[in-house]
Design a binder for this molecule. Structure first.
Ligand code: R5P
Length: 299
């Protein structure tokens, strides 16, 4: 198996390659003055099983385009199979039509990936369990939750905490991690968004968090507003402290600043998305999912 990396998350690709006792195979990515890229695979791939690691993090369109071209280059060079590990699958929140006149953007992405030659997809903590059905090739839905559960077991007193999903859509995830931790209690924030602006209109809480340390678990942090507003509501509802876990640290706009300045005590994320140094902040801790990814690629 040969491992290739796009530009978006080289540290993760490097860790996965090391876990598999391999090197990243060389690729030349030349950027023209107008921003177009020319990609050349610099290794013999004829008849080989190839894996490309590329997260569709910021900027998603550019990272996807690079991935499409890498897949095409591998296909034209005779690769036997082309698996993609897209740890954070961009556009996954657009997996169906919310309002008349919209596109199903994730279907467009799925269509291009398979048309250019992707034979299998590996990804982490998809927003909806139905997303694999959009793809016509096998999809391996991996999760950072076991890594998070380990961390919670080691650093928190399970008798003192309550898990919280910051929205109703995260209920499945919160039940899963609660079970993994021996069915510890959980609660849910009910969040209502404006479908055109994406802004949160109002939120409420189901469950009692009084006197408890709260551990929020979500799939992603984009602007950070969901987490900050959930934390405010939880502290105002009697929680003693709030710690958050999220698989994908997209950290759009000023997420780093608002999270650091919030009432949240710690922000623990995985490395499905590379967080550049300038976006890192004191409350942030990054756990690696490289071992989970490596294990899945060889099983
Ligand atoms: C929403 O359904 C997701 O699970 C996240 O809660 C959301 O995308 C986070 O977005 P933001 O950080 O911008 O509030």
């Amino acid at each position: 198996m040969l491992i290739f990396s796009g530009s978006s998350n080289k540290p993760l690709a490097g860790k996965i390659a090391r876990d598999l006792n391999k090197e990243i195979s060389p690729t030349e990515i030349f950027v023209f003055p107008d921003g177009e890229k020319r990609i050349r695979i610099k290794e013999e791939v004829l008849g080989e099983d190839c894996v490309i690691v590329q997260s569709a993090s910021i900027p998603p369109d550019e990272n996807y385009m690079e991935l499409f071209i890498m897949i095409d280059a591998l296909k034209r060079s005779g690769a036997k199979s082309i698996k993609t590990l897209i740890p954070y699958l961009g556009y996954q929140r657009q997996d169906h039509i919310f309002r008349e006149g919209e596109a199903v953007s994730l279907e467009v992405i799925a269509e291009i990936l398979t048309r250019v030659g992707m034979t299998e997809l590996f990804s982490f903590d998809l927003h909806s369990p139905k997303i694999p059905e959009i793809f016509s090739v096998p999809v391996h839905h991996l999760s950072a939750l076991p890594v998070f559960a380990d961390k919670i077991r080691k650093e928190f007193n399970l008798n003192d905490i309550i898990l919280v999903s910051p929205d109703m859509g995260g209920i499945r995830r919160i039940k899963q991690i609660s079970e993994e931790l021996g069915n510890i209690p959980f609660a849910t924030v009910e969040k209502n968004r404006d479908l055109s602006t994406g802004e949160i209109n109002d939120s409420g809480l189901t469950g009692d968090v009084r006197g408890k340390a709260v551990v929020i678990v979500d799939d992603m942090i984009s602007t950070g507003i969901t987490m900050v507003e959930a934390a405010n509501l939880l502290i105002e509802s009697g929680a003693t402290k709030v710690v958050v876990f999220a698989t994908h640290a997209i950290l759009a706009r000023y997420a780093d600043k608002i999270l650091q300045e919030s009432r949240i005590e710690r922000v623990i994320v995985s490395d499905t998305v590379e967080v550049p140094n300038f976006k890192q902040f004191p409350k942030l801790e990054i756990l690696s999912i490289a071992k989970e990814a490596a294990r899945a690629l060889i099983s």
